[in-house]
Design a binder for this molecule. Structure first.
Ligand code: FES
Length: 496
């Protein structure tokens, strides 16, 4: 199902890139980061082309809940412990300023994107120790926070509030930023060499190349696939749920989040590492929770999002690598893409323009290394990658294809080969290779999205093997034939 944003705004269509184009800067990625960066550069007289693999706003910008806040979960207590108060202060100030900056830009540029002020809350129904520690950390960093038991939640809870945050419609913002930009859609960048990038039907040569595509697809240099993993989470748009004016993020259990949207309420939760949802049931859990809170409420839309989680909990924004000073990158936004994209647009545009960066933006340098903060996640990600690779080679198929019910998928062994099989509602078995085309880990079935997801770095594919999310750059392989269990020859649509 499309997100509620797509159901309410249609963005204009743009042609695919054909032939060769020259520009001062080429931006890869048509989300908020890419468009805001391109827009800021164009206003300064820089010639920019923007390339989007699918449709503008078709990636994570369309799947966000669009909460513009510097409150990033239990962030600041942990940041002070891991990277020290100076760096934590830079992170806090940069994110607080990002909220103010977008507020100013929306006003100055007269953008109608349903921008509304709110207070952002973290809440718990359990012991408040973590909330109090976060409150103390935020106060040390000069943030305007307060503790309260007075909330709009449908249950008693204690909460930590941060005033003067905001909500907006992400696609309405994109619609305004598109004005005057040179954009090419359906133009996946397949290769970047030096100052030239290549798509299927064209190429661009630019003084600066900006990777604003959620997850950088170039493995070397940069090594971003070793420096972050991806996580998924799920959202329902509800009619007939309780009225709220502010947004809430839970610290307990499924981490339920609440975000008002006109007469609707967005209920989020069910987060997990990509590739680790074999049992499914995430949407069902949210529906059960909603019905418990507001009997008779109705789901009008549901969707899921994917987030890049950097090793030390801080986005990578700046120079792609020491060896590539003319490549810039913005990634690792965690679940906080709204403030991160505003910061990224400012940093990246200033780098292109040769302007001095704010001292607070040093915290986002991709060339940093915070050993204490990074070691634990690096170890976890490495174990996950080894597991994903060895599972494909060593672990047996899990289920006989004959027993797969309609609408379900699983990993089976057929003719000595392990394949991922999905049974369509009419009984057809569709098989894909379980070898991820990125770096070869074993794909896993995600029943909630009916997709094949990679636990190593988060690439995703539909039941035909079509690429949904990177860092992989190409479709998965379709198995040619499955014999012996009511099967048919399989081909990717459009292939010979
Ligand atoms: Fe890297 Fe699958 S996404 S191996």
């Amino acid at each position: 199902m499309d997100s509620i944003w797509t159901q309410t705004v249609t963005l204009p269509a743009f042609p695919a890139l054909e032939g060769h184009v020259q520009a001062d800067a080429a931006v890869i990625g048509g989300g908020i980061t890419g468009l805001l960066t391109a827009h800021l550069l164009r206003r300064e007289g820089v010639s920019v082309v923007l390339l989007e693999a699918d449709r503008v706003g078709g990636g994570q910008t369309n799947r966000t809940t669009a909460k513009l806040t510097a409150q990033h979960g239990l962030k600041y207590h942990s940041l002070i412990q891991q990277v020290g108060i100076k760096t934590a202060g830079q992170y806090a100030r940069a994110n607080l300023e990002a909220v103010e900056r977008l507020r100013r830009l929306v006003k100055e540029w007269n953008i109608n994107c349903d921008f509304q002020d709110c207070t952002a809350y973290l809440y718990t129904q359990g012991p408040p120790a973590a909330l109090v520690a976060e409150y103390n950390a935020c106060r040390r960093l000069g943030m305007d926070v307060f503790l309260t038991k007075d909330t709009q939640l449908p249950f008693p809870a204690q909460a930590l509030g941060l005033r003067n945050q905001a909500l907006f419609h992400p696609l309405k913002l994109l619609a305004a930023l598109l004005d005057g930009l040179t954009v090419f859609e359906h133009s996946r960048v397949l290769e970047v060499k030096g100052h030239t990038l290549r798509t299927e039907q064209g190429s661009v040569t630019a003084g600066t190349i900006i990777f604003a595509c959620h997850y950088p697809f170039v493995n070397f240099p940069g090594w971003y696939f070793l420096r972050q993993h991806q996580e998924r989470s799920y959202v329902l748009a509800l009619e007939g749920a309780g009225a709220m004016g502010d947004c809430y993020l839970g610290l307990d259990g499924a981490g339920l989040s609440f975000r008002p949207l006109g007469d609707l309420l967005l209920l989020g939760g069910g987060g997990h590492r990509t590739g680790e949802n074999r049992q499914g049931g995430k949407y069902a859990e949210l529906v059960r929770a909603a019905e418990g809170f507001w009997p008779g409420c109705r789901v009008v839309s549901r969707w899921s999002a994917q987030d890049c989680m950097p090793m030390d909990g801080i986005p990578y924004i700046g120079s792609f690598s020491k060896n590539r000073p003319d490549w810039l990158v913005a990634t690792g936004f965690q679940k906080w893409g709204m403030t991160s994209s505003v910061i990224a647009a400012e940093v990246l545009s200033n780098l292109v323009l040769g302007r001095k960066l704010s001292p607070d933006h040093a915290v986002f340098s991709p060339q940093r290394f915070h050993g204490k903060a990074s070691v634990k996640q690096l170890a976890g990600d490495t174990i996950q990658a080894v597991r994903g690779l060895s599972r494909r080679v060593l672990a047996p198929g899990r289920i006989p294809a004959e027993t797969l019910p309609a609408g379900h998928g699983g990993i089976v062994k057929l003719n000595g080969e392990k394949v991922g099989v999905y049974r369509t509602e009419d009984g057809t078995l569709l098989a894909v290779s379980v070898k991820c085309p990125h770096l070869g880990c074993q794909l896993e079935w995600n029943p909630d999205e009916k997709s094949w997801d990679c636990p190593c770095h988060g690439s995703r594919f539909d039941v035909y093997g079509h690429l949904l999310d990177g860092p992989a750059q190409k479709d998965g392989e379709c198995q040619e034939e499955i014999a012996g269990c009511n099967t048919k020859k399989l081909q990717l649509p459009g292939s010979d």
